[in-house]
Design a protein around this ligand. Structure first.
Ligand SMILES: Nc1ncnc2c1ncn2[C@@H]1O[C@H](COP(=O)(O)OP(=O)(O)OP(=O)(O)O)[C@@H](O)[C@H]1O
Ligand SMILES: [Mg+2]
Length: 437
């Protein structure tokens, strides 16, 4: 019934279009076993195409047969590498529109759907928008700047992330400024030093008690200990000056010499024993702080006004890190907790209360909630009640207790406290649901 079967042995060696057509006929006819109008017509076209290819001269059309469709000729003339699934189907449609073709609309739709189900679309056939979206996946970027190679990383949703990576690679000292718990230390240590730059880091937790020994080395009860600045300098580590504004401004002066030379190849600094150390090319410095320490801060009382000469070491590479709901929600994996905390935070801001509600608190509240759920689920087994321990409500209560009683009243009213918390109504919400206030 299907004459193309006599050419079965030739199909493998044919171009991609021919192979697709053969597969289409085979599919429509269910392995050449069922009579199908579309398949039979396609069979006729493809057989004619192959006959033409077999003979040197195209045979004159026999009286009983229709002339070959233009689609056959076109496909035959096309080299295999030029095949394009869209063109092929356009041609097929043109051929099928021919009044001599006895196909029904359903036949055409089915044939095209079946073929599309098998078609494989390549990356280059996608439109440019889609190509760009797909290429947002992690990529290895390499710039041919002297001595600089970046590593592969998935860009987190942090504004200026790439600027900071570039800064470190270019030998610029970076200063990240932001409220408590906005993720500065995590950004510096994990996302930048470890993940993006693939480098070891050494952190100095700065405070008024930070000593010169910790920075440039010194004698201790256990003998001489090398300073972290020196260690990072010679080994090419990222030196993280966490909470830099909290350091005593005179102690901070010890960084001045080194941080003026971060960019200079083979620059030399000295430890407390006046021994010299040559800079490793990978040395970098990232500092964090709650405020830009040009003045004293009332909110962040432990921060000192720092010397302009120290601040100048970071100029051009100061970044203000804001709260980031995208990251918060990703970290928490609990939109119910996030939406309540986020609402509480907006109310605090709106009422201009001097307080922070950070990701750190959100994690605390989320973990309490998970524990509470564990107890809730196991209550039938051991008689334990969900509230026999830390709960989400307890975390919120602890947070609210740091406000004055008038402020607490205002905040509770605005977050529908009695409804959500006194009856533990929040336990009934699915974790992936945002609560709308
Ligand atoms: N991108 C992130 N992915 C996972 N966890 C994060 C991320 N950013 C921050 N965190 C978590 O959020 C909490 C607060 O972050 P972090 O300690 O870095 O804040 P900070 O801005 O340094 O705060 P502070 O000013 O109080 O030192 C930490 O528990 C940290 O692990
Ligand atoms: Mg920190």
């Amino acid at each position: 019934m299907y004459s193309i079967t006599q050419y079965k042995h030739l199909i493998e060696g044919q171009d991609a279009d021919t192979r697709k057509r053969y597969a289409l006929i085979e599919k429509l006819s269910e392995g050449f076993t069922k009579e199908n109008a579309t398949a039979l017509e396609l069979d006729r076209l493809l057989t004619e195409q192959l006959e033409l290819e077999q003979a040197d001269e195209p045979p004159a059309p026999s009286s009983g047969r229709k002339a070959p469709m233009p689609v056959s000729k076109k496909v035959k003339a096309k080299p295999a590498q030029d095949t394009n699934i869209d063109e092929l189907f356009n041609e097929l449609f043109e051929a099928l529109k021919d009044p001599r073709t006895p196909f029904s609309t359903e036949d055409i739709a089915k044939a095209v759907q079946d073929s599309l189900a098998q078609a494989k679309i390549t990356y280059h056939q996608l439109d440019t928008d889609l190509q760009q979206k797909l290429s947002a996946a992690p990529v290895l970027i390499q710039y041919a700047l002297p001595g600089i190679t970046t590593t592969a990383f998935k860009k987190p949703e942090i504004l200026s992330f790439q600027y900071i990576v570039d800064d470190v690679l270019l030998g610029n000292n970076v200063l990240l400024i932001g409220g408590a718990g906005t993720g500065k230390t995590y950004l510096a240590e994990i996302l930048l030093a470890k993940k993006a730059l693939n480098r070891t880091h050494l952190t100095i937790n700065c405070s008024q008690w930070t000593t010169p020994t910790e920075i440039i080395g010194g004698q201790t009860m256990d003998g001489y200990v090398e300073g972290k600045l020196i260690e990072a300098w010679v080994n090419g580590y990222i030196l993280i000056l966490d909470e830099l504004p909290k350091i005593d401004p005179n102690t901070a002066g010890l960084f001045n010499d080194a941080l003026a030379k971060t960019k200079i190849p083979d620059a030399v600094i000295f430890n407390s024993r006046r021994e010299s150390f040559v800079k490793h090319k990978d040395f970098g410095c990232i500092a964090t702080g709650n405020i830009y320490p040009i003045n004293e801060s009332v909110t962040y009382g432990a921060n000192n006004k720092q010397d302009l000469s120290l601040l100048d070491r970071f100029s051009g590479s100061v970044y203000f890190i804001e709260k980031n709901p995208v990251i918060e929600r990703e970290v928490l994996q609990n939109d119910m907790i996030w939406s309540i905390c986020d609402h509480l935070r907006s109310v605090i801001e709106e009422l201009k209360y001097e307080a922070q509600l950070s990701l750190r608190f959100m994690q605390n509240a989320r973990d309490a909630y998970l524990l509470e759920r564990e107890r809730l689920n196991s209550k039938t087994k051991n008689g334990i009640k969900a509230s026999d321990g830390k709960t989400f409500k307890a975390a919120v209560d602890s947070y609210l207790s740091t406000f004055t009683s008038v402020q607490q009243g205002n905040l509770k009213e605005r977050i529908r406290y009695s409804e959500l918390f006194e009856g533990f109504e929040y336990r009934g919400f699915p974790v992936n649901k945002k609560i709308v206030f």
